[in-house]
Ligand binder design. Structure first.
Ligand SMILES: Nc1ncnc2c1ncn2[C@@H]1O[C@H](COP(=O)(O)OP(=O)(O)O)[C@@H](O)[C@H]1O
Ligand SMILES: [Mg+2]
Length: 290
């Protein structure tokens, strides 16, 4: 019998995260595959006597529902096949790195600038820097924490004073600046890609916030994406080397624009909205690969 470990995060209190592991293990069971869910804090791997010790070396694979790069790297170094790979998860975890990885590949995305690296909280932000950013992107513009999720680290900024105060707040946190896609206000398209192939999609729409995140009041609506969006999503997944992902596409004036790629996209809302069994499709894909 094939065996896999599902890795989850020690600190995440959200129900959707638990749900992912439960649904996947149900679907694996139906396929005759045993899975055990292990939290990163239980140390499935560690460095001991100068070697990586893997407590699950007789397991065939790991579904990595966490973003903890250290456990991921140790599992891979002890020859466990990770879904997704440690490098792919790291590329998606840092939104700026995602945009850099996708660039020069014909993937449409909003104009984006990284926040300048700042070492000390008492550093003074030069006025020229604020002017440079606003002249390149115009107002309103988006500021994003590079490692944010669930919409929490995304700010819509209307003018110079607001920009300065957000820059001050995020000075020592990795962040980025982005052109605001006003046509897409409160709305985007979430597309699930598994094994490089489109599986399903929904529109997320909020009436109360510029962010479409379900956690902030966005609602999932069934949506059949045009071929162009499917191509953008499949190509992005391929470039980032992802087995599984949820790609967010903003509705630009003439084209879809990649907003971000979620290596660890929750699928509960997608299953409810579309009726597609995402957990089953992912489990079947993994079984086909091991
Ligand atoms: N450049 C942008 N223009 C317009 N809306 C945006 C832009 N970037 C993000 N948003 C909105 O904010 C939401 C959250 O941003 P996102 O980058 O996906 O961060 P998170 O990882 O927190 O979900 C998006 O789903 C979208 O609705
Ligand atoms: Mg998002």
């Amino acid at each position: 019998m094939k065996k896999g470990i599902i890795i989850t995060n020690a600190y995440t209190p959200i129900k959707s995260a638990e749900y992912q592991a439960i649904r996947l293990s149900e679907e694996f069971e139906k396929l005759g595959v045993y899975t055990k869910t292990v939290k990163n804090r239980e140390y499935p791997c560690q460095v001991q006597d100068s070697k990586i010790i893997n407590g699950y070396s007789d397991y065939d694979f790991s579904v990595y529902l966490d973003k903890d790069k250290y456990i991921a790297k140790m599992l891979e170094k002890s020859d466990v096949r990770l879904f997704n790979s440690a490098d792919s998860i790291a590329l998606c975890d840092d939104k700026m790195l995602t945009h850099i990885a996708l660039s020069n590949n014909g993937i449409p995305m909003p104009d984006t600038l990284p926040g300048a690296l700042c070492y000390t909280s008492d550093a003074v932000i030069p006025d020229e820097m604020v002017e440079n950013i606003s002249s390149k992107l115009g107002f309103p513009l988006i500021v994003k924490e590079s490692y944010g999720s669930l919409g929490k680290g995304v700010y819509l900024v209307n003018g110079t004073d607001e920009l300065k105060s957000v820059m001050e707040k995020l000075k020592c946190t990795p962040h980025m600046f982005q052109k605001y896609v006003s046509e897409s206000r409160g709305c985007d398209i979430r597309i699930i890609v598994i094994g490089g192939k489109y599986l399903c999609a929904m529109m997320r729409k909020s009436e109360t916030d510029f962010r479409s995140n379900i956690e902030l009041g966005g609602v999932g609506i069934p949506f059949s994406p045009p071929d162009e969006y499917i191509e953008i999503a499949e190509k992005s997944a391929q470039i980032l080397g992802l087995d599984y992902c949820g790609i967010d596409i903003l509705l630009g004036e003439n084209t879809g624009l990649v907003c971000e790629v979620n290596s660890n996209a929750f699928f509960g809302g997608m299953e409810k909205t579309t009726g597609v069994n995402v957990a089953k499709a992912y489990a079947e894909y993994i079984v086909s690969k091991i």
